[in-house]
Design a protein. Structure first.
Length: 359
């Protein structure tokens, strides 16, 4: 962890579990101006790890018979995904990112219009929209009306937050409450998480770090975006948690205490999906595998927000876990073609993950 800090991350913290043994620690600072240190118990925006919570909530409703996993989304949300597309896109396709729906993000943040091809873009819209309250239906409309990223069910899929905003609206439709309230009651509380929840405003409640966004060297020095209205991602990526809570959640999930064994098996059925970084990964239903050749498979999810990142994974047998949180993002500068250049943080972080996962 100290190597990651020295490589350029202001602060990071982690918890590793191996059976009954628990290690947690931190390196660096939560505030570069005051030198306030990071602590392993800090609350943190965990970005797209939220998708695993949302997927689990949807599968609970599948188990109860209120949602059909392979039913068309148009059956439930005909106004949001109308006509032929609503008939062709299934709930499963939203969960594993094979719907063909485009990412709404470049439309919500106009100066990121080339996202995720970042050449020539700028960060001004991040400042312009710090306190903007976005409407989920409007964001979904941006993704639905944008040129399709592919045919429904096609491979590879394309990772898109539009899919998980729609799943949030689906949960609201079938449960009669907001997705955030349903997930809180039936996933977060069921897992016994004490420091996890959705934000009610732009601030992170409780002890937390500032979040320093570098935007590929275009914000220099990196700027703090820890105060930010997260309505732009909602049940796709707005959750706040701790590394301890993340490990507890994934432990409960793989133990079959959040969803049943058949649902967990569905979560681990993967398809090829192109990530927002342009890499092809195997993706299940809100869950994906990480492994090195000849070594054990881990399941989990990563997430980023403006200035922050997190990763939480658990070995397939449930006995080894890692959760890591960082207070900076997009530290790589871009080459002339717009591709991120290597940075010492990359290797240092990979080494940390390797040691934490495999000892």
């Amino acid at each position: 962890m100290e190597n990651v800090h020295r490589a350029g991350v202001p602060g990071l913290f982690a918890e590793v579990r191996d059976g009954d043994r628990v290690w947690r620690g931190a390196a660096g600072v939560a505030d570069v101006d005051t030198g306030r240190p990071v602590r392993a118990d800090m609350r943190h925006r965990v970005g797209s790890i939220t998708k695993t919570f949302t997927a689990a909530a949807v599968l609970q409703q599948v188990e109860s018979g209120r949602i059909g996993l392979d039913a068309p989304i148009g059956r439930y949300l005909p106004k949001l995904v109308p006509k032929e597309r609503g008939d062709a896109i299934t709930v499963r396709m939203l969960m594993d990112h094979t719907s063909g729906l485009a990412e709404y993000l470049p439309y919500a943040y106009p100066s990121l219009k080339a996202f995720p091809d970042l050449a020539g873009t700028g960060p001004q819209s991040l400042d312009d929209h710090r306190l903007t309250r976005f409407d989920a239906a409007e964001l979904i409309a941006m993704g639905v009306t944008a040129p399709a990223a592919g045919a429904p069910g096609g491979a590879p899929g394309l990772y898109s937050n539009t899919n998980y905003l729609l799943l949030g609206e689906l949960l609201a439709q079938v449960t009669g409450t907001t997705a955030e309230r349903y997930i809180t009651r039936n996933v977060i509380e069921r897992a016994g998480l004490r420091d996890t929840g959705f934000p009610t405003g732009p601030h992170v409640d409780g002890p937390h770090s500032k979040l320093y966004e570098a935007w590929f060297g275009m914000i220099d020095p990196p700027r703090d975006y820890s105060v930010f209205d997260m309505s732009w991602v909602g049940p796709s990526a707005s959750l706040i948690s701790t590394v301890t809570d993340l490990n507890r959640f994934f432990g409960k999930l793989l133990a079959g205490e959040i969803v049943g064994p058949s649902s967990l098996a569905q979560m681990r059925r993967t398809v090829p999906v192109v990530s927002q970084e342009g890499r092809t990964i195997d993706y299940g239903l809100g869950l994906y595998p990480m492994e090195e050749p000849g070594r054990s498979t881990f399941w989990g999810h990563g997430g980023t927000v403006w200035g922050g990142g997190a990763l939480a994974v658990i070995r397939a047998d449930g006995k080894r876990q890692m959760a890591v949180a960082l207070n900076t993002q997009r530290w790589n500068r871009l080459d002339p073609s717009g591709r991120p250049q290597p940075h010492p943080v990359d290797d240092a972080l990979a080494a940390l993950h390797r040691v934490a996962m495999y000892g």
